[in-house]
Design a binder for this molecule. Structure first.
Ligand code: GLY
Length: 384
């Protein structure tokens, strides 16, 4: 899908990813990493090493390491990547026993692990895990409001009516479940959620809300929240990318044109807001100082932009592909550690605008950078 002059750059990046993953995978073989501590992957399999909720086995990012290993297995055919992916998938079984820590993010956790394993190996155990996760997700649907409930009870807040834009990445698990079983209920729930979010989350200018609260008994929007962005009404960049790529996923699974048009509207807004240096802030509407960035958003956006480029005609393709290349080249040249000094690739992630820490490695930055690069090559393993 690339012009000839870009092909050399792409091949070089793939070589560097392969070199880095070769040693990182060995070093972190028995871990499920979220970030790095002094350059070394942490490990979410060990519960609560620092006593925060992000240390838990059911933390929402725990599928990405397995996903990275499946991407590498698909790219190289090296059995070690398959084995490492399967180690982390088995560790996640504990989440089903604990149950209460599970919520809308089961798609993020089991699409890149069990669904991936099942797609590649037809392992029946993986199919069972993925179906368990899909049923849990379907069970979170609120019939009055037409949305999938986010999270479980949060201290100090009644979240029974909360939905979040990130969930656009979880509903592909429901599309998969319908495709796998032939039962339309899962897809019906996914589409109803996507339709609700199209009006309740996506604003006229193509920006999106992070959290919307519905009346959980009667339906209807009560209000929105800034969530992980700067404030209510702002534009949390990773949320924009969950919506951008999320609507493309819904389009890929359903071919409903509204979803493609919505993805394009969000993408056009995103592209218009990419700063000249290609570095993505945590929120497009944050104050000028401090200059907080979230490079994980750049990687996720690139994936969605490439998918849009594949779906539109020749006259529009360059807009989306060009923006994706700008983001990926900025990451490659100034935001990725290609050395052995860090176990992770992308170094400047920010979980949320108001987090205590910013500009650190987060596993999904690496996952989506790799996915985008393999998409450009044209033989990616589509895990969503
Ligand atoms: N919950 C998804 C995110 O933090 O982006």
């Amino acid at each position: 899908m690339l012009k000839e002059q870009e092909q050399g750059w792409l091949n070089d990046v793939i070589d560097r990813i392969s070199t880095k993953m070769d040693w990182v995978s060995e070093k972190s073989k028995h871990k499920i990493p979220y970030t790095t501590i002094n350059g070394t992957h942490d490990n979410r399999i060990v519960d609560n090493p620092t006593g925060t909720e992000t240390d838990e086995i059911n933390w929402w990012t725990n599928g990405f390491w397995g996903g990275m290993m499946w991407l590498m297995y698909h790219e190289t055919g090296n059995e070690k990547y398959k084995e490492i992916a399967q180690i982390s998938e088995k560790e996640l079984n504990r989440c089903f026993d604990e149950f209460y820590g599970l919520h809308h993010d089961v798609g993020f956790m089991w699409l890149p692990t069990s669904v991936a394993n099942y797609k590649v190996t037809q392992n029946p155990e993986s199919r069972k895990r993925a179906m368990h996760a899909a049923v849990l997700l379907a069970g979170r649907f609120n019939l009055a409001g037409g949305f999938i409930r986010a999270w479980n009870d949060l201290e100090g807040s009644d979240t029974r009516g909360w939905a979040i834009i990130d969930c656009m990445f979880n509903i592909p698990l429901l599309y998969w479940a319908s495709e796998e079983t032939g039962d339309p209920r899962f897809k019906q729930i996914a589409m109803k959620h996507a339709d609700t979010a199209m009006t309740a989350f996506v604003r006229a200018d193509g920006s999106v809300n992070h959290i919307v609260e519905f009346d959980p008994f009667e339906g209807g929007v009560i209000r929105s929240y800034g969530g992980q962005g700067y404030e209510e009404g702002s534009s949390w960049t990773r949320g924009q990318t969950w919506a951008l790529y999320g609507y493309m996923m819904s389009y890929i699974h359903t071919q409903k044109d509204d979803y493609l048009q919505t993805a394009k509207r969000i993408a056009n807004y995103f592209i218009a807001n990419i700063p000249a240096d290609g570095v993505i802030p945590v929120d497009f509407r944050q104050p000028k100082e401090p200059k907080l960035e979230d490079d994980t958003a750049a990687a996720i956006a690139a994936c969605g932009l490439i998918e849009i480029a594949k779906a539109v005609g020749e006259h529009e393709k360059d807009l989306y592909l060009g923006a994706a290349l700008k983001l990926l080249k900025t990451l490659d040249s100034s935001r990725i550690d290609w050395t052995t000094g860090s176990d992770s690739l992308v170094q400047f992630g920010s979980a949320a605008y108001h987090s205590a820490n910013h500009h650190h490695a987060i596993i999904y930055g690496d996952y989506y950078f790799m996915e985008a690069i393999f998409k450009l090559k044209g033989n990616d393993l589509y895990l969503w």
